[in-house]
Ligand binder design. Structure first.
Ligand code: C2E
Ligand code: CA
Ligand code: CA
Length: 689
C-alpha cells in the first residue's frame, strides 16, 4: 500500500527515522489515512493498530500541547497545500518548534518526506521527535566523543549514514565541501573519519579532496569517498588526491560500519604517532622527530644555510626543586616561545631532553638576539632570573643533525656557569677542546692500569712553628704522548663520567702506602690531606672504605685529613653529614675545601663536623690589604669563633703571606712556600723540616 521512492525503500526510511523520531506517520493524502508507527526505544518499530485521519494525527500527536500563536503556526505548516508548495522544491522538510504548554518548555522536530516521485503531494512520511536534549546540549554534542564528518548534499543519505554510525560515533553533517571545511577548522582534532560524496552540486568531492590534502594538519584524517559502482576512473583520481578508501551506494550497513571502524583505528594510531612526534608540554617535536625533520630540511635544500640552535636552562633541577614542577613547566614553555620569537629564522624546534631544546634556524650568517634581549627574556621569566645559555652549530650538508645537536650542546657546556656569557658558537677551539676531552676519556682506564697517575704533594706551612706541618695530595697525569697534565684538565671530566671514584681510591691508596714507606724509612711524617670528590659521597660505605684502607697500613687516623668541598655538600647534605660524622668520630681531621666560593657557607659550617677551613685562593686575591671588612677578614674571624683552624690557599707572595699571618691564619699552602712536588722531593724536604 505504501508508495516507494527509488533512492530508498520505506523500510529504509522508517529505520533511519526511527533512531531520531519517536513517532513516524505514513500519510496517504488521497484517502486521508495515516498509519502511525511508534518507535519503542529498542530497534523494533511498532505499527500502531488503528489508522487515523490526518486531522487526528495533527491534533492528538502534534498540536495537543500548544496554544495560541504556536499552535496556529504549526497547523499552518502542516496544511496540505503548504506542504505541497514546500516539498515540491525540497522533497523533505524539517521544522523545529517549541511547545510552551509544557513546563519546562519542550522542543520538537517534525520531518516531512515526500514519498512521490511524480508531481504533487500524495504520500508523505512524517516524523515527530522530542529534541529537548539536543537543544540543551548542542555544544556538548559537538564537542564530545569521536566524530565522523559526513559531507553529502543529499539529506536522506546524510540521515542514513548518521543512523548507521550514530551508536558508535558522533556524526556531524555538512551539505557541501565548504561547510565541511568550516567544521574541520573547528573540530579537526576530534574527527576520526571523513565521509564525502563525490558528486555534489556545490564544491564536489574532488575539489574537497584537493583542498583537504593541501592542509598538513588534516593529513592524519582518513577520507572515505562515496561512489557508485563502476567508477574505477573516478576512484583512481580520488586516490591520487589522497582519498583513503571507498564505499559504494546503496549503503550496506555492516560494510559502512566496518570500514569506518578500521579507518578510525588508523586515525587513532596515527594520533598516537602524532603524540610521539610532539612534546606535550612545549608543542615542540620530540628529539627523534626533530632530528628526522631537520635532516630532511637540510639535505633537501643544499642551497640554503641553516644553524642548529640549542638552549639549556641553567640549574633547571634546582628551579624545579625550589618552585615545583608546575613552575618548571611554565618556564620551559616560556623559554621555547621566547626562542621562537627572538631568534631570527627559526623554522621549528624539538625538545632534546629535559630542559634542552634544539631549533633549526634558516640564516645566511650566525645570528642571535643581543645580550640585552637575552637578559630581558631571563628577567621576565615566570620566576626571576632564569638564565638560559645557547649553543650554535652552523649546519653543514652531509653532517648528521644528531652530531650537530650534540656539538651545539657541547658549546653550551663551555659557557655553563660563566657569568655574562650567553651564546657559544661551536668552532675549532671548542672542537679541539672536545677532542682532547675525548682523548682523556679514551685513555683514562689504561692510564690507571699503567700507573700514569702520580701523586704530588704540596706542603702546608704552619705559621706558629714555621715548619711544614702537613701536605695536600694532588694528582697529576703523566702520559707518554699527551704529556704532563694538571688535574684541572681531567677532574671535571672524571667527575662527570664517574671515573673520579676509581682515581680517588687509587690516589688514597698511593698516599697511604707512601706514608707507610716514609715512616718505615725513619722520617718524621706529617699528616696528608686527600681530596674526596662529590661523587665519592654517593657510596654508602665511603667512611668504612677509608677507615679500612688506613687501617690496612696501620696509620693513625689523624694522619689523614679529608678535604671535602662546600659544593659537594649541597648535592646531598644528609648523606655527606653522616659520612663526615663517621670519619670525624673515627679520628680523621676534616677540612672544608674552597671555603668562600659557595653560597651555603654558614649552613655547612653549622651542620658538619669540621676541624679546618681552607680559605679559597680567590679570598686571598680579592683581599684589599687595608680593609678590615674584606671577606677574608670575615672568614678568618668566623673560623676563630667556631674554633676551627684555617689554611690560606694560593699564597703566592710575601705580601699575601704577611697579610694572612697578621689576620691570625694558622697554615699557609701556596707557591710562596712550595708548589706541589713529586713524592721524592717532598720526602727530602721533610728530612730538613
Ligand atoms: P684544590 O683541592 O683546591 O687544590 C688546590 C689547588 O691550588 C691545586 O691545583 C694547587 O696546585 C693549586 N695551588 C696551590 N697553591 C697555589 C698558588 O699559590 N697559586 C696558584 N695559582 N695555585 C695554587 P691542582 O693541583 O691543579 O688541583 C686542582 C684541583 O683538582 C684541586 O683543587 C682539587 O679540587 C682537584 N684535585 C687534585 N687532585 C685530586 C684528587 O686526587 N682527587 C680529587 N677528587 N680531586 C683532586
Ligand atoms: Ca683540596
Ligand atoms: Ca681548594
Amino acid at each position: 500500500m505504501h508508495a516507494e521512492r527509488k533512492d530508498f525503500s520505506i523500510q529504509n526510511l522508517l529505520m533511519l527515522l526511527s533512531s531520531n523520531y519517536e513517532f513516524i506517520f505514513y500519510v496517504d493524502f488521497d484517502t486521508d489515512e495515516v498509519v502511525p508507527y511508534h518507535f519503542a526505544g529498542n530497534s523494533d518499530i511498532q505499527q500502531e493498530s488503528a489508522r487515523i485521519t490526518y486531522r487526528e494525527m495533527t491534533d492528538n500527536f502534534i498540536t495537543c500541547k500548544m496554544t495560541g500563536a504556536e499552535r496556529k503556526e504549526i497547523e499552518n505548516i502542516l496544511k496540505k497545500d503548504h506542504l505541497d508548495r514546500h516539498l515540491r522544491a525540497k522533497k523533505y522538510y524539517t521544522y523545529d518548534f517549541r511547545c510552551s504548554g509544557y513546563d519546562p518548555e519542550r522542543y520538537f522536530r517534525i520531518k516531512i518526506v515526500n514519498m512521490d516521485e511524480t508531481d504533487g503531494l500524495h504520500h508523505a512520511v512524517i516524523g515527530l521527535a522530542n529534541i529537548d536534549n539536543e537543544k540543551h546540549s548542542r555544544i556538548d554534542f559537538y564537542k564530545s566523543g569521536r566524530k565522523i564528518l559526513v559531507i553529502e548534499d543529499n539529506e536522506i543519505n546524510r540521515e542514513i549514514l548518521t543512523e548507521i554510525l550514530s551508536d558508535m560515533y558522533t556524526v556531524i553533517t555538512a551539505e557541501n565541501g565548504n561547510e565541511g571545511f568550516e567544521i574541520l577548522s573547528e573540530y579537526a582534532e576530534d574527527i576520526a573519519v571523513i565521509i564525502t560524496n563525490l558528486e555534489m552540486p556545490v564544491y564536489n568531492g574532488y575539489e574537497f579532496l584537493e583542498r583537504f590534502s593541501s592542509v598538513r594538519q588534516y593529513s592524519a584524517i582518513p577520507v572515505l569517498v562515496v561512489t557508485t559502482t563502476n567508477q574505477t576512473e573516478a576512484e583512481i583520481k580520488c586516490l591520487q588526491l589522497g582519498a583513503t578508501d571507498f564505499i559504494v551506494k546503496p549503503y550496506n550497513r555492516e560494510v559502512v560500519r566496518n570500514r569506518v571502524k578500521s579507518l578510525a583505528r588508523l586515525k587513532e594510531s596515527s594520533a598516537m604517532l602524532n603524540a610521539l612526534e610532539k612534546d606535550n608540554l612545549t608543542g615542540l617535536y620530540t628529539k627523534e622527530f626533530f632530528i628526522r625533520y631537520a635532516q630532511e630540511k637540510i639535505d633537501c635544500n643544499p642551497d640554503k644555510k641553516y644553524c642548529i640552535v640549542c638552549s639549556d636552562i641553567e640549574n633547571f633541577k634546582v628551579i624545579n626543586d625550589k618552585y615545583g614542577l608546575k613552575t618548571g613547566d611554565d618556564i620551559l614553555i616560556y623559554i621555547s616561545d621566547q626562542i621562537k620569537k627572538n631568534f631570527p629564522g627559526i623554522i621549528f624546534g624539538g625538545r632534546i631532553n629535559g630542559d634542552i631544546f634544539a631549533f633549526l634556524q634558516e640564516t645566511d650568517e650566525i645570528s642571535y638576539p643581543d645580550k640585552e634581549t637575552i637578559e630581558y627574556i631571563s628577567k621576565h621569566a615566570p620566576v626571576i632570573s632564569v638564565s638560559v645559555k645557547f649553543g650554535i652549530y652552523p649546519a653543514e650538508c652531509g653532517r648528521s643533525v644528531q652530531h650537530m645537536t650534540d656539538r651545539a650542546v657541547m658549546a653550551i657546556n663551555q659557557i655553563k656557569n660563566v657569568y655574562g656569557k650567553y651564546v657559544a658558537v661551536y668552532d675549532n677551539k671548542i672542537r679541539e677542546g672536545l677532542m682532547k676531552q675525548q682523548q682523556i676519556i679514551d685513555n683514562m682506564q689504561d692510564a690507571l692500569e699503567k700507573r700514569q697517575f702520580k701523586v704530588y704533594y704540596q706542603p702546608k706551612h704552619e705559621i706558629s712553628s714555621d715548619k711544614t706541618s702537613g701536605a695536600e695530595a694532588l694528582v697529576r697525569w703523566i702520559h707518554p704522548v699527551l704529556g704532563f697534565m694538571n688535574p684541572g684538565l681531567f677532574i671535571d671530566i672524571f667527575e662527570k663520567n664517574g671515573f673520579i671514584t676509581q682515581l680517588d681510591e687509587y690516589v688514597w691508596n698511593e698516599v697511604c702506602s707512601s706514608m707507610a714507606r716514609w715512616r718505615n724509612s725513619g722520617i718524621d711524617i706529617v699528616p696528608v690531606s686527600i681530596n674526596v670528590s662529590r661523587r665519592d659521597f654517593e657510596k654508602d660505605d665511603l667512611a668504612e672504605e677509608i677507615i679500612n684502607l688506613v687501617d690496612s697500613y696501620s696509620l693513625p687516623h689523624d694522619y689523614l685529613h679529608i678535604e671535602v668541598t662546600e659544593s659537594a655538600y649541597s648535592d646531598n647534605p644528609k648523606k655527606i653529614e653522616k659520612t663526615i660524622e663517621k670519619l670525624h668520630d673515627a679520628g680523621f681531621i676534616i677540612e672544608l675545601d674552597d671555603f668562600g666560593t659557595g653560597y651555603s657557607s654558614l649552613a655547612v659550617l653549622n651542620s658538619m663536623k669540621l676541624d679546618i677551613l681552607k680559605l679559597d685562593m680567590s679570598l686571598i686575591k680579592q683581599d684589599i690589604s687595608s680593609s678590615d671588612r674584606s671577606a677574608l677578614v670575615f672568614a678568618i674571624k668566623l673560623a676563630q669563633m667556631l674554633g676551627l683552624k684555617t689554611v690560606a690557599e694560593g699564597v703566592e707572595n710575601s705580601e699575601q703571606c704577611e697579610r694572612v699571618k697578621s689576620l691570625g691564619c694558622d697554615y699557609i699552602q701556596g707557591y710562596f712556600y712550595s708548589r706541589p712536588v713529586p713524592e721524592e722531593e717532598f720526602m727530602e724536604s721533610l728530612k730538613f723540616n
